[in-house]
Write a protein that binds this ligand. Structure first.
Ligand code: NAP
Length: 452
C-alpha cells in the first residue's frame, strides 16, 4: 500500500467541512473525536496509511426516503425519513430512531458517527447507525402516530434485518412506536425476528431496556466519583429533560442517596428545592408519557417548586453533579462556566452530545469528572445488544442477571476510558479515553478487512 500524504488536524477538519456543507452537528462531532485521535495516531502510521478516520467519518451509506401518511382529517402529509448506516466493522448497524421536527441529515449523521464509537466501547459486537424523521409526534393522535410508523417502516424494512441493521427508540420513539413499526415489519416480511430492540416484554423485549440508559449514566457517574473516594450519597443533582433517560437517571440518583433538584423539557425547567422524590418522578413519567403533558405542570402539582419558562435551561441552579439528558447542544460554554462556579464536580451526559465544543473544552480545562455521552449513555444500547442475544437464542434472561450485566458493562466502559484517558497523575480525560478506546477497536477491524 502506498503511504498517503499525512494531513494535519486543521486540514482534516477543513476537508470534513467541505464535504459536508451546512452539516454543523456532524462536523462538530467529527471535530471532537479527531482532536483526540490525531494525537493518538501521531506515531501509528498504519492508521494514516489506511485513511481510517477519514473512512469512519464517511458513512457506509445514507438512505433518504419520502414518508407519506394521512392525518385524521384526511389531509395527505409528507415527511422525510432517513437511515444512516455509518460503520458495520464490528457488528450489524445498531442505533435508535428519532422522531422530532429538528431531525436533519446532519443530526442523524452525527448520531450515527457517535454511535459507532459508543457501541465499540460496550464491548458488544455492534456497528453504528441512526435513523429518524422530521415528523413531530406532539399533538398527534395515536392513530396518526400508528399510520406514520407504518408508512415509515414500509420503506425502512428493506434496509434492516437482525444481522444487517437493528434500530431502537430515541427521542419521540418509545415502546408504543417500536410496537407499530415491528408490527408493520412482521406484516410485510412475515418474519418474527429481532429486527428492532426496545420491544414489549410479551413479544421479544428485554427486561431493564427502558431503564438502562438513565441507570447506566448514573452508574458511570458513580464509577467516576469512586476514583476520588467519593459517592452520590448526599449529592445534589441538576438534570435536564423529562423523558426516558432523564426520569430513569433521576430515579437511580434518588435510589443511591442523592437529591434531584431539576427536570426540564423544551419549554423550560422546574426547580424543586425539596428534591424530586421517587413519588414525584412517577408522576412525571405518567404525565409526560401517558398524558403527554408538559413539565410546567409539575410546579402546579407540587408545592415549593417553580417553573422557569421561555426554553430556560437548568444549569444556573447550584449543584454537585449535572446530568444533561435532553438533546444535543443544550449546554454551552457560558453554562459550563456557571456550573463550575457554583461548585459542580462531575458531569455525566445521558443525552448525545449535549455539551457544545466550547463547553467540552471548559470542562476538560477545569479537569473535573466529565463523561461524554458516548461513554456514559451506552447502557441503553448495551442492553439492546443483550436483547439481540436473547432474541437469537429465543430465551429471556432474568432481571437480576441483566442488572448485573449492565453494572459490569458500565464498569468495563469506565475502565476502557481510564486506560486511554488517565494522565497517571490523578486526572482522567474521559472524552479522550472514550474516543481512543472506541476508535481502536473499529480501526483495527477495518485494517483486517483491507480496502473496502
Ligand atoms: P424522550 O423520552 O423523547 O425525551 C426527550 C426529552 O428531551 C424531553 O423531555 C424533551 O422535551 C426534551 N427535549 C427534546 N428536544 C429538546 C430541545 N430541543 N430542547 C430542550 N429539550 C428538548 O427521549 P430520550 O430517549 O430520553 O432521549 C434523550 C437523549 O438521550 C437524546 O439525546 C437521545 O439521543 C439520548 N439517548 C437516548 C437513549 C435511549 O435509550 N432512549 C440512549 C442513548 C442516548 P419535550 O417533551 O418538550 O420535547
Amino acid at each position: 500500500m502506498a503511504v498517503s500524504e499525512h494531513v494535519d488536524l486543521p486540514r482534516f477538519i477543513e476537508g470534513v467541512k467541505k464535504r459536508n456543507p451546512g452539516q454543523d452537528e456532524f462536523v462538530q462531532a467529527v471535530t471532537e473525536v479527531a482532536e483526540d485521535i490525531f494525537g493518538f495516531m501521531a506515531d501509528k502510521v498504519k492508521y494514516h496509511e489506511a485513511q481510517i478516520l477519514r473512512r469512519i467519518a464517511e458513512p457506509d451509506r445514507v438512505i433518504s426516503f419520502r414518508v407519506c401518511w394521512e392525518d385524521d382529517k384526511g389531509n395527505i402529509r409528507v415527511q422525510r425519513g432517513w437511515r444512516v448506516q455509518n460503520n458495520n466493522s464490528i457488528g450489524p448497524y445498531k442505533g435508535g430512531i428519532r422522531f422530532h421536527p429538528s431531525v436533519t441529515e446532519s443530526v442523524l449523521k452525527f448520531l450515527a458517527f457517535e454511535q459507532t464509537f459508543k457501541n465499540a466501547l460496550t464491548g458488544l459486537p455492534m456497528g453504528g447507525g441512526k435513523g429518524g424523521s422530521n415528523f413531530n409526534p406532539k399533538g398527534k393522535s395515536v392513530n396518526e402516530i400508528m399510520r406514520f410508523c407504518q408508512s415509515f417502516m414500509t420503506e425502512l424494512y428493506r434496509h434492516i434485518g437482525a444481522d444487517v441493521d437493528v434500530p431502537a427508540g430515541d427521542i419521540g420513539v418509545g415502546g408504543r412506536e417500536i410496537g407499530f413499526m415491528f408490527g408493520q415489519y412482521k406484516r410485510i416480511t412475515n418474519n418474527f425476528t429481532g429486527v428492532l430492540t426496545g420491544k414489549g416484554l410479551e413479544w421479544g423485549g428485554s427486561l431493564i431496556r427502558t431503564e438502562a440508559t438513565g441507570y447506566g449514566a448514573v452508574y458511570f457517574l458513580q464509577n467516576m466519583l469512586k476514583t476520588k473516594g467519593d459517592s452520590l450519597e448526599g449529592k445534589t443533582a441538576v438534570i435536564s429533560g423529562s423523558g426516558n433517560v432523564a426520569t430513569h437517571a433521576a430515579e437511580k440518583i434518588v435510589a443511591l442517596g442523592g437529591k434531584v433538584l431539576t427536570l426540564s423539557d423544551s419549554e423550560g425547567f422546574v426547580h424543586d428545592p425539596d428534591g424530586i422524590t421517587q413519588e414525584k418522578i412517577d408522576w412525571v413519567k405518567e404525565h409526560k408519557t401517558h398524558r403527554r403533558g408538559r413539565i410546567s405542570d409539575y410546579a402546579k402539582e407540587f408545592k415549593g417548586a417553580s417553573f422557569h419558562g421561555g426554553g430556560a435551561r437548568p444549569w444556573g441552579v447550584a449543584c454537585d453533579v449535572a446530568l444533561p439528558c435532553a438533546t444535543q447542544n443544550e449546554l454551552n460554554g457560558e453554562e459550563a462556566k456557571t456550573l463550575l462556579k457554583n461548585g459542580c464536580i462531575a458531569v455525566s451526559e445521558g443525552a448525545n452530545m449535549p455539551t457544545d465544543l466550547d463547553g467540552v473544552h471548559i470542562f476538560k480545562a477545569a479537569k473535573i469528572l466529565y463523561a461524554p455521552g458516548k461513554a456514559s449513555n451506552a447502557g441503553g444500547v448495551a442492553v439492546s445488544g443483550l436483547e439481540m442475544s436473547q432474541n437469537s437464542a429465543r430465551i429471556s434472561w432474568k432481571e437480576a442477571d441483566l442488572q448485573q450485566q449492565l453494572l459490569d458493562i458500565m464498569e468495563g466502559i469506565h475502565s476502557r476510558c481510564l486506560e486511554y484517558g488517565s494522565d497517571g497523575k490523578g486526572y482522567t480525560d474521559y472524552v479522550k479515553g472514550a474516543n481512543i478506546a472506541g476508535f481502536k477497536k473499529v480501526a483495527d477491524s477495518m485494517l483486517a478487512y483491507g480496502v473496502v
